[in-house]
Design a binder for this molecule. Structure first.
Ligand SMILES: Nc1ncnc2c1ncn2[C@@H]1O[C@H](COP(=O)(O)OP(=O)(O)O)[C@@H](O)[C@H]1O
Ligand SMILES: N[C@@H](CCC(=O)OP(=O)(O)O)C(=O)O
Length: 378
């Protein structure tokens, strides 16, 4: 065990929002039914992080594997209708198990089942995003899985590593933690190469990693190939990805404490710069804010956050977390960013100093209208 400081590990240490993905092999103890004791242990760690104020969203596989055990099937079926049936049976068990363990910590869970279609269709993407954000704001722990009973090949993610990365993008999470049955990414599959060595840190986009990663075991689907791809996807919105063994005691809390466990894959650029590039690439804006000359100057010259006091007008029907365009009084584009207040609330606090927000709205979501980490100057 090493406590040596490694730069990328600081991003994990400072994480405020984390997506944790747990794979089938771990959850079902290699196919022997849901491993209740292990699940209880991960839930204890997630609850500890939650009580520290860190938002945790869980992406849990295991529906098909748990359903197979409940139905007494020895091998993963190939037929889609049988996979769907197994998933329907197993998802029930998963939900019960998480609900039971989180209840020990007085935490509520919510089952969120998604398909690829839900995230590629703009309207459904926004619905999924606002539902997940609302759950997180309510301090509920969302437990996400693919909606296996309705997926067909065209609309399936196929693996929950990808789903985990897309959820990290959706929620602008700081980190994606993928728990699996190996210590991390090795330079060759350790099941076939016992002398393979662990990669401690790497760049998410490094093509050499993809070459080292192989396919998965009998229960899982994607192996390391999809985990490395997921790290690359997560890096688009600035999230770091850790791949680590779910069997390491206290793995989640130790990772978030910055301990050098598993494999850490970082965005090519610093997380904030990566997030800004991703923001700049988001085409859809839901509204616009007209800034006064002072606000334009501080955004351009000092990279400051945007405060309501510097906004003169707004248009559009946006909700908290939507992308809006900031323009100057001549209508020139100045910046784009994710707003902390929906249009109705924003209208009420326009031109007001931040210390008045609570008196006007009855609560304060954040002192700034757009935080500088979520703002990109054009
Ligand atoms: N380079 C590698 N390093 C580590 N594991 C690898 C590598 N290449 C392939 N694997 C395989 O990936 C498996 C984990 O992926 P998978 O079976 O899909 O698990 P999960 O259910 O956690 O997603 C490991 O058990 C291992 O055999
Ligand atoms: N939605 C599927 C997950 C399939 C999957 O990606 O499994 P894994 O590779 O173990 O994460 C299930 O719950 O069985």
């Amino acid at each position: 065990m090493s406590n040596e400081r490694v730069p990328g590990r600081d991003a994990l240490r400072g994480a405020r929002r984390v997506v944790v993905k747990i794979g089938s092999a771990l959850l079902t103890n290699d196919g022997r039914g849901l491993d209740e004791a292990a699940i209880g242990g991960w839930v204890d760690q997630i609850a500890a992080l939650h009580h520290r104020g860190i938002d945790v969203v869980l992406v849990s596989s295991g529906a098909v594997a748990a359903g197979m055990v409940r139905l007494g099937w020895q091998a993963r079926p190939a037929a889609v209708h049988e996979l769907q049936a197994a998933a329907a049976v197993g998802q029930n068990g998963l939900t019960q198990c998480y609900e039971h363990h989180f209840a020990r910590h007085d935490l509520l869970t919510a089952q969120v089942l998604l398909t690829h279609d839900d995230l590629s269709n703009r309207k459904r993407y926004l619905n999924a995003r606002s539902a997940l954000r609302t759950l997180v704001d309510l301090r509920v722990v969302p437990v996400v899985n693919e909606n296996d009973t309705v997926v067909t090949d065209e609309i399936r993610f196929g693996d929950n590593d990808t789903l985990g990365a897309l959820v990290a993008n959706l929620l602008e999470a700081d980190a994606l933690v993928i728990l699996t049955d190996q210590e991390g990414l090795f330079n060759a599959d350790p099941r076939h190469h016992p002398a393979a060595s662990l990669i401690h840190e790497g760049r998410a986009g490094d093509p050499r990693l993809a070459a080292m990663a192989g396919g998965g075991g009998a229960l899982g689907r994607g192996g390391m190939t999809t985990k490395v791809q997921a790290a690359r996807l997560a890096a688009r919105s600035g999230a770091v990805t850790a791949i680590a063994s779910g069997r390491q005691p206290g793995v989640l809390t130790r990772l978030i404490d910055g301990e050098r466990l598993g494999t850490l894959l970082c965005p090519e650029e610093a997380p904030i710069a990566a997030r800004k590039r991703w923001l700049a690439g988001q085409l859809q804006v839901r509204g616009s804010l007209t800034l006064d000359a002072g606000a334009v100057k501080v955004l351009r010259d000092s990279g400051s956050s945007l405060l309501a006091v510097g906004v003169k007008m707004l248009s559009g029907d946006f909700v908290r977390g939507d992308m809006v365009l900031c323009v100057d009084e001549q209508g020139e584009r100045v910046a784009k960013g994710l707003v902390n207040y929906g249009a109705d609330e924003a209208r009420r606090i326009l031109g007001q100093p931040s210390h008045r927000i609570e008196a006007i709205l009855g609560y304060m979501e954040a002192p700034e209208l757009i935080h500088r980490d979520n703002l990109v100057v054009l």
